[in-house]
Design a binder for this molecule. Structure first.
Ligand code: GLN
Length: 454
């Protein structure tokens, strides 16, 4: 199976460009070890997968899509990487992404864009476009992504694949190169909900190396996916988020969403409309919180400890080397966010920006709490549009940011959320995603509803 996927990668990845690094030798050795083991290490032993290049790997470079870390081989494995190896999953390679996971199209990668296998001229979503594209192009049966504002779910939606952002703290962030620490969350990407559930159980669970990791049993997501496969949603209450429709949504996406809601009803779910009035403030709050945290997290790329170093010629002071290296190593979107974040955190501005955004975050969490008193899950389109053309939004950051308008609330509140394929748009024939959101620590609800729906 691993060899077949390596062959497929050799055949199509020049065209798709989903991988930044392929480790054929390592993957085949792990596959052989899984084959020869007396007992399978897990239900997924021997099933190869692709890992987003934001998680550290001791035997492969970890670039985070940035020139800053070009060629850097980390001295340790991320907890997610360790758990994958322990469960016997051969790692095929590392996937392309927007630099430091900042973007919605993978065009911010310093190594060139990934192409959507459905239409080569279109984006595969971002920041985890590489992971989603490996699935859609059948280069890998499973992949790992990370989701700070939608980077697992939005690529899933636009490539017709499944993507899950687990509850914040459900999967360890140890070895996940930090963008916005209070939002970053690793999760499974797959072509079916049950596959995602199996992978979820491999990577989830408490980790003492991550102080925000939740010390609680892993939600029973595999059992829930199997239950969902019976196709019966009787007794499940589904809330349709009223705020996620109207202007900015493609009519084809809205029509697909309406038929998704009809289907949930046919499966026996009770569907009601729910208002979450503060969700409309999620995007602006996110674009204060995420850049603020990134400006602090990216301070470690100082040209001294690791990564790129330029002008280290004895002619320049240490400060000049730092500054020139950051100038050369970071792309425009990363610089934009570091500057925005530094500004928002400046002395005297805290209350106006970061402080206000944190208050909005609380209001969004309260909207979720109120909604989940009435319903088991909330649903919405995952993204307002299908995959757009490569180049279409590169000069318009606000248009790019709008891709995540439906996915960001779950990150701000720390909830669990999934995107499940919801057919093709009748407007352009491209994949559409249905987003399902559940309360924190109730990830299993996503899998029950998602498996019944798909
Ligand atoms: N597109 C969003 C951003 O650029 C989300 C990215 C992510 O989830 N990593 O910040």
């Amino acid at each position: 199976v691993t060899q077949a996927h390596l062959d497929r990668i050799a055949q199509v990845d020049d065209f798709v460009h989903a991988f930044l690094h392929v480790d054929a030798e390592g993957a085949l050795a792990a596959a052989k070890a899984a084959d020869e083991a007396a007992e399978p290490a897990s239900a997924l032993a021997g099933v190869p997968l692709a890992v987003k290049d934001v998680l550290t790997t001791i035997d492969m470079p970890t670039t985070v899509g940035s020139k800053t870390l070009e060629g850097w081989i980390p001295p340790y494995d991320a907890t997610v990487t360790k758990r994958l190896r322990a469960a016997g999953l051969p790692i095929l390679g590392k996937t392309n992404m927007d630099e430091f996971a900042m973007g919605s199209s993978t065009e911010n990668s310093a190594y060139g864009p990934t192409h959507n296998p459905w239409d080569h001229a279109r984006i595969p979503g971002g920041s985890g476009g590489g992971s989603a594209a490996t699935l859609a192009a059948f280069e890998a049966p499973l992949a790992i992504g990370t989701d700070t504002g939608g980077s697992i779910r939005q690529p899933g939606a636009v490539t017709g694949t499944v993507g899950v952002k687990p509850t914040y703290g459900g999967v360890s962030r140890y070895g996940l190169v930090a963008f916005s620490s209070s939002l970053d969350q690793a999760g499974p990407c797959a072509r079916t909900v049950l596959d995602a559930a199996l992978l979820h159980e491999v990577i989830a669970g408490h980790d003492p190396m991550d102080s925000t990791s939740i010390d609680a049993p892993v939600p029973p997501v595999v059992a829930a996916a199997r239950e969902g496969l019976n196709g019966d949603l009787k007794g499940v209450k589904v809330g349709v988020v009223r705020e996620f429709s109207g202007e900015g949504y493609q009519p084809g996406v809205l029509r697909s969403f309406e038929s998704a809601v009809d289907k949930l009803r046919e499966l026996g779910a009770e569907v009601v409309e729910i208002s979450c009035p503060n969700f409309v403030y999620a995007l602006p709050a996110y674009y204060l919180i995420a850049p603020s945290e990134c400006s602090s997290n990216l301070a470690r790329f100082d040209a001294m400890r690791y990564g790129l170093r330029v002008s280290d010629d004895g002619e320049h002071s240490a400060e000049e080397v730092m500054s020139l290296t950051r100038e050369a190593g970071f792309g425009p979107e990363v610089k934009r966010r570091v500057m925005l974040g530094t500004y928002a955190l400046s002395s005297g501005y805290y209350d106006a920006y970061y402080g206000s955004a944190q208050k909005v975050r609380t209001l969004i969490t309260r909207d979720f709490d109120a909604a989940f008193e009435q319903v088991d899950v909330l649903v919405s389109p995952t993204t307002p549009t299908t995959a757009f053309k490569i180049g279409e939004r590169v000069d318009d950051p606000l248009a790019m940011y709008l891709s995540d308008i439906c996915s960001i609330p779950a990150n701000l509140a720390g909830n669990a959320a999934m995107s499940v394929p919801s057919g093709l748009s009748d407007e352009d024939g491209l994949p559409v995603g249905l987003q399902i959101m559940a309360p924190a620590l109730a990830d299993e609800r996503l899998y029950r509803v998602g498996a019944a729906y798909e």
